[in-house]
Design a protein around this ligand. Structure first.
Ligand SMILES: *Cc1c(COP(=O)(O)O)cnc(C)c1O
Length: 424
């Protein structure tokens, strides 16, 4: 359940009518619900009750500072994949000892910054990375706590662009070679082994791949302990899917996911870390757009919105399905009509939905994209010189702009013209 409901004929974010936000900030915009973010965190926290655990929100899903602050106040840790994300997390109030650092391409500078400013652990993804981390930590006279991200070669049964746990993916170390790599890690100066890490992909809609992967992590943990390593943490990654399609797709509940963790690795005496991103932020956000034109084409009707692929790239990039609904509540017996829902960008890929059945929408009326809180604003660009759209956070009957829309001047002034091209 989220907190975006019709009240008095108008879609609300918690207690704020979306029309009120639209009037204040203009369209398009993203809006996030504090109550929904909080609820999603708590659902995971409850699912892991009984096991020592830390929920490290995968902030690449939505790294707005206000969203991070909501998470930080709930006690969340963070999973970061760049030093930019690390700095955001710290600026939002997350202590270094709650931050795990993932990613296949950490640089020496990033390692040094994290080591000197405080880090819970590095999730190491390759042997060259291990060697580099050892060199950086030794030079600084510090010790880097690490897990090795293992690639269990399981099929996450998700979209190819977000599957990460097959052997052809760039992520992690083949689990068959893990013992060898841990032996190397233990022998290196400046490295302290603390656990095992796995993350098999995103938007998983079944529990079996998790179960398979976690069982393999269990076996590995026992082997590593027999080899003399102290394994005190298991980072089980993120990836639990959310329902994008109205009801045809019913991803597992966090509670059942928690049960899988409990029965596969719950008795190993390890602290459990999980890295949910999408499930925390996805259904906690909407993208709200205005209808510029309703255009009759040949045999089809186009709804041309003022939001485009540069604002929300998921449909173009992952063939993603977003529920799109009118902000003004349709009358009970309204017959649905069929639209191709598109943006103004000069690419055919700028199509949000084809042949979509929905309540009729007229020129000048607002629509809302559901499930747009994760991998929405963070993946936006200014393609077609469309300024980044604002983000708004709602809390009860209050709302605040948490990232403002840049002015055209601000956008233009980021470019500079070299002297030799200056006007005479
Ligand atoms: C992207 C990512 C996550 C989060 O995935 P979700 O599907 O958003 O839960 C977690 N861990 C790592 C290492 C990631 O790359």
């Amino acid at each position: 359940m989220d907190h975006f409901l019709y009240k008095n004929g108008m879609l609300h974010a918690e207690d704020v009518p979306l029309s009120e936000i639209a009037a204040a900030v203009g369209t398009p915009f993203y809006v996030y619900s504090t109550a929904t973010l909080t609820r999603h965190f708590q659902v995971f926290d409850d699912a892991l009750a009984g096991m020592p655990h830390l929920i490290c929100y995968a902030m690449k899903a939505n790294s707005n500072m206000a969203v991070l602050r909501v998470m930080a106040k709930l006690g969340a840790g963070m999973d970061v994949v760049s030093i930019g994300e690390y700095r955001r997390a710290r600026a939002a109030g997350v202590p270094g000892e709650k931050i795990v650092f993932s990613g296949v391409g950490k640089t020496a500078d990033e390692m040094e910054y994290a080591l000197t400013h405080g880090i819970r652990q590095f999730n190491v993804e390759s042997e060259p990375e291990l060697e580099r981390l050892s060199a950086v930590a030794s030079r600084l006279g510090l010790e880097a706590p690490i897990t090795v991200r293992v690639n269990p070669d399981v099929d996450a049964k998700t979209h190819a662009k977000i599957a990460t746990g097959k052997k052809e993916n760039k992520f992690g170390i083949p689990i068959s070679r893990a013992r060898e790599v841990y032996a190397r890690a233990a022998a290196l100066p400046g490295i302290k082994v603390v656990g095992v890490d796995v993350h098999i992909g995103s938007q998983l809609t079944q529990l079996e791949p998790f179960e398979q992967a976690f069982r393999m992590v269990r076996t590995l943990t026992e082997e590593l302990r027999a080899d003399g390593h102290e394994i005190i943490r298991l980072d089980l990654g993120g990836g639990l899917g959310i329902p994008y399609v109205n009801s045809n797709e019913a991803p597992p509940l966090p509670f059942d996911y928690g049960q899988v963790i409990q029965r596969t690795v719950g008795d190993l005496g390890c602290e459990i870390e999980i890295e949910p991103g999408r499930l925390i932020a996805g259904n906690a956000g909407l993208l709200v757009a205005d209808t510029i034109y309703v255009k009759e084409g040949e045999g089809r009707t186009f709804l041309i919105l003022d939001a485009a692929m540069n604002d929300l790239i998921r449909p173009a990039m992952y063939d993603a399905w977003h529920d799109i609904i009118p902000v003004k509540e349709p009358a009970p017996a309204t017959e649905p009509v069929t639209y191709d829902i598109v943006g103004p960008v000069c690419e055919s890929g700028d199509t949000f939905a084809k042949g979509r059945m929905m309540a009729p929408v007229a020129e000048g009326e607002l629509v809302a994209f559901r499930s747009a809180g994760a991998y929405g604003a963070v993946m936006a660009s200014e393609y077609n010189s469309r300024p980044l759209i604002p983000e708004v956070l709602v809390h009860g009957d209050q709302f605040a702009v948490v990232r403002a829309r840049p002015t055209f001047d601000e956008m233009l002034n980021r470019d500079t013209i070299p002297e030799w091209l200056a006007e005479e």
